[in-house]
Design a protein around this ligand. Structure first.
Ligand code: SAJ
Length: 427
C-alpha cells in the first residue's frame, strides 16, 4: 500500500520525532497537538523538547513543506496516535495503579470526523492489552457509516493496528530507524498495511503479529527491564547490610558467561519503565507477583537513599560535636532521571533531593550540569558547579552517573560522609 499523507496525533517525545522522520521521506505530515504553544514552536521549525538531532530534522521538514502542526486533525491516508497513557494512582497506599486511556479516547473522538474509507489508524502509545480494540470501538461508535475490523474483518473500510514505539530517549532519531518494529494488526491486512507505512523509514525488521500481542510485547520489554533493575537495587540494599561493595560484586558476577546484572541506582524514573509494568499488574494482579514486587522494590529505593543520607548526617554530627545540623551542608550530584539528559520527569534523584531539602535544616547544594535553573520547591537550595560543591559540602550524595561526574577526580572526603548510589566513586 502507498501512503502520501499522514496525520500524527500527539507531538511529544515520540510523535514529533516520528512525524519528522516520515516527513523526511516526503510524506505530507500534519502534526496535531492540544498545546498551541508547541504547535507554534514547531511551525517556526523549532522544537519544544530536548532530543539530539531532532531540531535539524524538524527544521528541514517544516522548511521543505512536509511537516505542519495544528490543533485539530485533518483528512489523511494514515493516522498515528502517540498520546500519553499515564496511570491513575490508587486511593489508598498499596492500591494497584490503573492505566488512564482517556487521551486515546479523546484522540479517537478527534480523528473520527475526518476518517475516510481506505484509511489506517495506528495506536503507538504504550497501552494496556485491549486498548487498540477499545480505540476501534470508539471510532466505530462515532462513525456508524464506516466499517471496522472488529465487525467486518479483512473487508473493513478502516484498518486498525498497534505499533508500539521502543526508542530510548537520547537516541530516538537513530533507534527510530534502526530498531526492529513489532506491528500488531487487528487483522492480517491491517498489519501488512501498517508494515508498508513504517517500511518508508524503518531499516530494522518489521515483525507482524496481532494487536493484543503487540500491546503485551511492549509492556513485557519494559517490565523485563524493571525486574532486572529491581534485582540490582535489591542486591545493593543486601550488600549494604552485609558490608560488601555491590559494584565489585556485580562486576565479578557479570564475568560469568550467562550472568548480566544491571546497575543499582536511586530508583527507576522516566515515563515508561516505572509505569508500564503496572498495566500488566492491574490486569492480572494474582498472576503478576514478580512484576509487582519489582515495582515495589524500585519504588522504595528513594526512601532508602534518604535514610542513608540521614544516617550520614548523624555520623557527621557525632564526629563533629561542635556543629549543629543547621551548619551541615549537603551536596546532591544529579537530579535528572538518568545520565546525560536534562529530563527531570519522574526522576527518583529529584524526589530524593526534594525530600532532603524539605527535611534538612542546613544548606543543600545541587549539581546538575544539564540544567540552568532549579525547579520550583528548591528555593532553599542552590545550583552550583561540581568543584564548588566538593569543596564546600560536608555530606556528598551521588545520585546520577553523568559522564562529567565520572570524569572528575576521585572523592577525597572521608567515605563515611558520602552516599554514592551510582558507584561513581565506587565506595
Ligand atoms: N536504570 C537503572 N539501572 C540500569 C538501567 C537503568 O537504575 O542499569 C534506571 C535509569 O536511571 C532510569 C530508569 O532506569 O531512571 C529507566 O531508564 P532506561 O534507560 O532503562 O529506560 P527509558 O525509560 O529511558 O526507556 C525505556 C526503554 N525500554 C527498554 O530498554 C526495555 C526504551 O527502549 C523504551 O522505548 C522506553 O522505555 C519507552 O518509551 O517505553
Amino acid at each position: 500500500m502507498k501512503f502520501e499523507s499522514l496525520c500524527m496525533i500527539g507531538l511529544g517525545y515520540i510523535g514529533l520525532p516520528t512525524a519528522a522522520v516520515f516527513a523526511s521521506r516526503k510524506i505530507k505530515v500534519v502534526g496535531v497537538d492540544v498545546n498551541q504553544q508547541a504547535v507554534d514552536i514547531i511551525n517556526r521549525g523549532e522544537i519544544h523538547i530536548v532530543e539530539p538531532d531532532l531540531d535539524i530534522a524538524v527544521h528541514s521538514a517544516v522548511k521543505e513543506g512536509y511537516l505542519r502542526a495544528t490543533t485539530t486533525p485533518e483528512p489523511a491516508d494514515a493516522f498515528i496516535v502517540a498520546v500519553p497513557t499515564p496511570f491513575l494512582k490508587g486511593r489508598k497506599v498499596g492500591d494497584i495503579p490503573t492505566p488512564d486511556v482517556s487521551y486515546i479516547e479523546a484522540a479517537s473522538k478527534a480523528i473520527a470526523p475526518v476518517l475516510e474509507k481506505g484509511n489506517i489508524v495506528i495506536l503507538e502509545s504504550t497501552s494496556p492489552v485491549g486498548a487498540t480494540e477499545k480505540m476501534a470501538a470508539w471510532l466505530a461508535e462515532a462513525r456508524p457509516d464506516l466499517t471496522f475490523p472488529q465487525d467486518a474483518g479483512e473487508e473493513a473500510d478502516v484498518m486498525i493496528a498497534h505499533c508500539p514505539e521502543r526508542v530510548l530517549p537520547g537516541r530516538v532519531m537513530y533507534e527510530l530507524i534502526e530498531n526492529d518494529r513489532v506491528i500488531g494488526g487487528m487483522t492480517l491486512r491491517c498489519a501488512r498495511a501498517a508494515c508498508d507505512l513504517y517500511k518508508t523509514f524503518v531499516r530494522g525488521d518489521c515483525l507482524l503479529t496481532t494487536a493484543r500481542t503487540a500491546e503485551m510485547v511492549k509492556l513485557t520489554e519494559n517490565a523485563f527491564r524493571d525486574v532486572n533493575i529491581a534485582f540490582a537495587n535489591e542486591l545493593s540494599i543486601i550488600c549494604d547490610k552485609v558490608d560488601i561493595n555491590v559494584w565489585e560484586l556485580i562486576s565479578l558476577a557479570n564475568r560469568h558467561p550467562r550472568v548480566n546484572i544491571l546497575q543499582p541506582g536511586p530508583g527507576v524514573g522516566g515515563h515508561c519503565i516505572a509505569v508500564d509494568p503496572w498495566f500488566i499488574v492491574s490486569e492480572t494482579p494474582e498472576q503478576a507477583r514478580l512484576i509487582r514486587a519489582a515495582r515495589e522494590v524500585n519504588d522504595s529505593k528513594p526512601e532508602w537513599v534518604v535514610n542513608k543520607v540521614k544516617l550520614a548526617v548523624a555520623d557527621f554530627l557525632q564526629a563533629n560535636p561542635e556543629k549543629t545540623a543547621k551548619e551541615v551542608t549537603i551536596a546532591c550530584y544529579g537530579i535528572a532521571f538518568k545520565p546525560d539528559i536534562d529530563d527531570l520527569r519522574e526522576s527518583p534523584a529529584l524526589e530524593i533531593t526534594r525530600e532532603i531539602v524539605a527535611i534538612h535544616p542546613g544548606k543543600v547544594l545541587v549539581v546538575e550540569p544539564n540544567i540552568s535553573v532549579l525547579p520550583e520547591s528548591f528555593e532553599r537550595s542552590e545550583l552550583v558547579e561540581f568543584d564548588e560543591a566538593m569543596d564546600v559540602a560536608d555530606i556528598q550524595v551521588m545520585l546520577v552517573d553523568h559522564r562529567s561526574f565520572k570524569r572528575q577526580k576521585k572523592i577525597e572526603t572521608d567515605h563515611e560522609f558520602c552516599v554514592d548510589v551510582r558507584g561513581v566513586w565506587n565506595l
